[in-house]
Every structure is written in structure tokens, then in C-alpha cells.
Design a protein. Structure first.
Length: 564
């Protein structure tokens, strides 16, 4: 019984093990079979090749235009450049920084892209412009006044808080000092400038005593400027003053109550005479009074006649206008800007008829030609100013202070300063009726560069005269300039020097008092009947005017077209 029971138990146990093992193996087989038979995922890959046109990484200056260089793309070796979408929406050229330009192509549900880096940078230095003079002179213990400066930057709007001003001025010690201005913008660009400050002892005139112990009276001289003329950066003066027997200097200030903005040393000729060049190019805009400093501080006086006082000139990038109230020198400084392209003077006028032939006066011929040229310039887009536009005398005074001016040449100078080209139309007359042809007259000290247009006109006019005149011409087609001081005339073509010495106010006054180089055109000799008939009655003057107009229009950068 016991043995039988054991055998049954063994059989049952074996059966259970076999059943469990069979079931487990069956389950494992089913799972393995499912894994093996599942289909693989479908994944299509494209060969996409972008090519960004060089340079791949760009750098541009802030506020400059971004220029898109473009890109190409091939997908599976097929050109798909036309399908590129360029996204530059993130780029802001007004702000410094790094930006990405994205190039995209879409294939099915897939987006492929490439990126170009664009760096917007600021590499331009700020600028510092001093207010007041670059060179100041202080007397011992005179307080230093800071005039400040103007700052400009291409990117940063306001850099005032970043300006550093340092100086080592000791107003208690004679010496040379500097005020240093420096600034660094937000991009690290730097700028600096210095103002020179000189501290001097005041001038003390020693009392002159003779060997008997009595005061010696100073030599009495006529006070005031004896010579003045314009220079490239200001003006030159020479003058006298009673009793200034130490050193001389010139001080400038905007009003009697203000401190001096600038002091410039003058050369001492002797105890009562001085001379020197005055630099005005660094002055800030405004009205200035001039003072002579020696034994004492006195207003600078100019007692020269009205025909000899300098009036107005372009100095650097400034326009300087002089005034002489009660003979005291003062002037106005303002930014220079041209007002006119062309200034034309129709010579003579009013009771001044000029040359004549029969009943035809030069003043009327001049005006007819001038009005023609005026209208033609305006048709071509130029701004033109006329000194005389009717039969009267024209502009005699360009300024209310010119109440004693009797010559229109002052107006030519005053308005010529703000005109790019200035000329005067005239027609010749001479006792010898054999003379014929034309003259072009230039002022003194005309440089070769300034002769280019007039040389071209001389050549054009000469050719036109010779090709269209009915008779042969002699050598009375002249092109010359005159030396202001010697009145010597010199031919600008062959170097011939002329002996006659008359000198025209239309040259002399504008050049001497205004720094304006005015050209005079003498179109023909009215005293020669053949010359006058060919030029005026047959209206060849119009063609000569057109040659002049074309030359000046093109010189100023405009486009010339023939009249309709």
C-alpha cells in the first residue's frame, strides 16, 4: 500500500511538471513568433544639400542695408533652389547684435533648413566738437569757464553721461594746460579731443621816466587798423595804438559782460604798432566783439574807409560777416551754406549807359544777355540771383550798414560769397575801331584749378568766333588775370603781359573785401561795326551764352540740354 501510494504521487508530480513546462514553452513560442512577424516601420530619407553663397557669415555696419546673397539647394541631386523660403524676420539692422537668416525647403511633411549668421556691428567712432575756441588764454587768477562740446554718434543717441572732462589747469600759475575730453560709446568706439589753455601774466606797462624824474608823454599816434584782408582761416590785420608798448593780443567775446572766449597773440612791430593773423575757423556760432589788449583792454578800432574794410567771407565751414559800429570791429559767425548756384551781374545800369553803338547802349545789351542766361539756368534747375534785373542801377546795398556804398561791386561780393559761381556781363568799347573779338577777365590770385572752366570757355568761344565770323580775326581775343597790388595784366594762354593798368571795381572790391573771384565777360567790341553786327544784330551772342551756360551747368553737376 505504501509503495503504491508513493508511485502514484511520483506519477502525479511528473505529470504536473510536464504540463507546466509544455504550457510555458507554448507561450514563449507564441510571443517570439509575434515579434518576428511584425512589419518594420517605413522611413524615407532624402539627400538634402544646401549651399549658402559666400560669405556664409556676414558682418554689416549698423543702420546699413542687409544685402541677401542667396543660396542653392539640391534634394536627391535635383535642383530645388526655386523652392527655398528665406526667413529674415529676426534681423534688425538698426540694433547691434547677432541674427540668423533661415533658408527652408519643405518636402512632404519634412522641413529642411540651413542658417546664415549676420552680425550687425558698430565700428564708427563718435565725434567731439568743441564749443568755443580750441585755444584759450586766461590771465592769472581768472576763472576758467567750461564751454563744453557737442557729441555725435552714428548709433548711440545720447552720450552726454559718458563724457569725461579732465583738466590740469592752475589759474594761479603761469603755464600751458590742457582740457581733455574723451568718450566711449556702447560698442567700445572711442573719441577724444583737447583744448589748450594758456595762463599768462597781465600786461603791465612800465612808466617811462626821463632822467629828471618827470613822466615822458607817450608818442601820440592815430589808433586803429591800417590794413586788413581775409586769410584761409580768418583775417590778417595791421594797426596802431597809442601807448601799448609791451605786448599785443586780440580778445574775442560775445558781449561786454561775458568772459573772453579766445585770445590770440599779435606780433609787436614797435611800441605802438602791431600785426598778426586771426584764426576764426574754430569759433562757435554767434556775434563777437573784438578787443585789443596791451596796456589796457580797448575795443579794436577800424578807421579805414568803407572801400577798404573787409566785409564778408567764407572761412572754413563758417560764414563771417564783419560790422563796424562806431568803428568798433565786431562780426557774426554762422554755418556756411550756398544760397545760389549762379550770381550774374548785368554791367552798368541807370544813368550809366556804358559803351554804345548808335542808339544801342551797353547796359541794355548786358541786361538782354543776362535775362536770357537767367531764364536758361532756371529751366535747367539751377538757383540764380541777379544783381540787376531791369534798366535801373540794381542792388547797391546788400546790408543796411552799407549806407555809404555807391558801387554795385559791393553787392557782387556780398552775394557772391554764398554763390558757387559769380560773373559779370559786359561788352567792350575802345577808341581804335579796328579791335574786335572778346575778352575774359579773371581776378587776382586765381589758381590753375579755378581756371579750368574759363580756359574751356576761351577755347570754345575762340573756335566759334573763327568758324562763324565772316572776316578773319586778329589777336584781340584776350584771356587774362590782373594782380591786385601791381595792376599788372597777364595773358593766361601765352604768358604775355599787358601794359595798360585800369583795374575794374567788379574785380577789385569782391576779391579784396569778400574773397570772391568774379569773372568778367566782354562779349564783343561795340565800337567795331562788323563785330557788333555779327555778335548782336545777327544774335550770335545767344550761341556764345549757350557755350557759357553748358560749361557752368556741367561744372556744377547738372545736366545740360539745348533750348527748345
Amino acid at each position: 500500500m505504501k509503495l503504491l501510494f508513493k508511485n502514484k504521487l511520483i506519477i502525479i508530480t511528473i505529470s504536473i511538471i510536464v504540463l507546466f513546462t509544455t504550457t510555458f514553452l507554448t507561450y514563449e513560442f507564441i510571443i517570439s513568433k509575434e515579434k518576428v512577424t511584425a512589419p518594420p516601420a517605413t522611413e524615407i530619407k532624402h539627400n538634402v544639400v544646401f549651399n549658402l553663397l559666400e560669405p556664409v557669415s556676414q558682418e554689416i555696419e549698423v543702420n546699413n542695408e542687409y544685402i541677401e546673397l542667396g543660396a542653392t539647394v539640391k534634394i536627391d541631386n535635383i535642383d530645388k533652389t526655386a523652392d527655398i523660403i528665406i526667413d529674415s524676420s529676426a534681423l534688425d539692422v538698426t540694433k547691434v547684435g547677432e541674427y540668423n537668416i533661415r533658408y527652408k525647403v519643405i518636402v512632404g511633411d519634412e522641413i529642411y533648413q540651413e542658417t546664415r549668421k549676420v552680425i550687425v556691428k558698430d565700428t564708427i567712432n563718435p565725434t567731439i566738437k568743441l564749443k568755443g575756441s580750441n585755444n584759450l588764454i586766461l590771465l592769472l587768477n581768472e576763472p576758467y569757464k567750461e564751454y563744453g562740446c557737442e557729441i555725435e554718434d552714428n548709433y548711440d543717441k545720447d552720450l552726454k553721461d559718458k563724457l569725461e572732462i579732465k583738466n590740469n589747469i592752475n589759474i594761479k600759475a603761469v603755464g600751458s594746460y590742457k582740457v581733455h575730453y574723451s568718450i566711449t560709446d556702447s560698442s567700445g568706439n572711442k573719441a577724444s579731443i583737447s583744448r589748450n589753455v594758456t595762463v599768462k601774466k597781465p600786461n603791465i606797462i612800465k612808466q617811462i621816466i626821463n632822467d629828471k624824474g618827470n613822466d615822458v608823454k607817450p608818442i601820440v599816434v592815430d589808433e586803429g587798423i591800417t590794413l586788413n584782408n581775409w586769410t584761409n582761416n580768418g583775417f590778417y590785420i595791421k594797426g596802431k595804438h597809442n601807448g601799448l608798448n609791451e605786448s599785443f593780443s586780440l580778445k574775442l567775446k560775445k558781449s561786454e559782460d561775458e568772459a573772453f572766449e579766445e585770445v590770440q597773440s599779435l606780433e609787436k612791430i614797435n611800441n605802438t604798432e602791431y600785426k598778426g593773423s586771426i584764426n576764426l575757423s574754430n569759433l562757435s556760432n554767434g556775434n563777437y566783439l573784438a578787443y585789443l589788449v596791451g596796456k589796457e583792454e580797448t575795443p579794436l578800432i577800424n578807421k579805414l574807409g568803407n572801400d577798404f574794410r573787409i566785409k564778408r567771407s567764407k572761412v572754413g565751414n563758417k560764414l563771417i560777416t564783419m560790422t563796424y559800429t562806431n568803428n568798433q570791429v565786431s562780426f557774426k559767425v554762422e554755418d556756411f551754406a550756398y544760397q545760389y548756384d549762379i550770381l550774374i551781374d548785368a554791367g552798368h545800369g541807370g544813368q550809366d549807359g556804358g559803351a554804345y553803338y548808335g542808339k544801342v547802349f551797353e547796359r541794355d545789351v548786358n541786361l538782354k544777355q543776362t535775362l536770357y542766361e537767367y531764364n536758361r539756368y532756371r529751366e535747367l534747375g539751377l538757383t540764380v540771383k541777379l544783381i540787376r534785373e531791369d534798366s535801373g542801377t540794381g542792388i547797391m546795398m546788400g546790408d543796411s550798414d552799407w549806407k555809404f556804398v555807391r558801387r554795385r561791386a559791393y553787392a557782387i561780393g556780398y552775394l557772391g560769397v554764398v554763390s558757387r559761381i559769380s560773373y559779370s556781363n559786359h561788352h567792350n568799347s575802345i577808341g581804335n575801331s579796328y579791335f574786335r573779338g572778346f575778352e575774359i577777365l579773371l581776378p587776382a590770385a586765381t589758381t590753375s584749378a579755378e581756371l579750368v572752366n574759363e580756359k574751356r570757355l576761351y577755347s570754345l568761344w575762340s573756335t566759334y568766333y573763327k568758324n562763324n565770323y565772316n572776316t578773319s580775326l586778329d589777336n584781340h581775343m584776350r584771356f587774362y588775370t590782373r594782380n591786385y597790388d601791381t595792376e599788372q595784366l597777364k595773358n593766361k594762354i601765352n604768358g604775355e603781359t599787358y601794359t595798360f593798368t585800369d583795374y575794374y571795381a567788379v574785380h577789385r572790391i569782391p576779391y579784396k573785401l569778400f574773397n570772391v573771384k568774379n569773372v568778367i565777360y566782354e562779349g564783343c567790341y561795340m565800337s567795331n561795326i562788323n563785330d557788333f553786327n555779327w555778335y548782336y544784330n545777327e544774335e550770335h551772342w545767344k550761341e556764345l551764352s549757350e557755350l557759357k551756360i553748358k560749361t557752368y551747368v556741367e561744372a556744377l553737376g547738372y545736366t545740360y540740354t539745348r533750348p527748345n
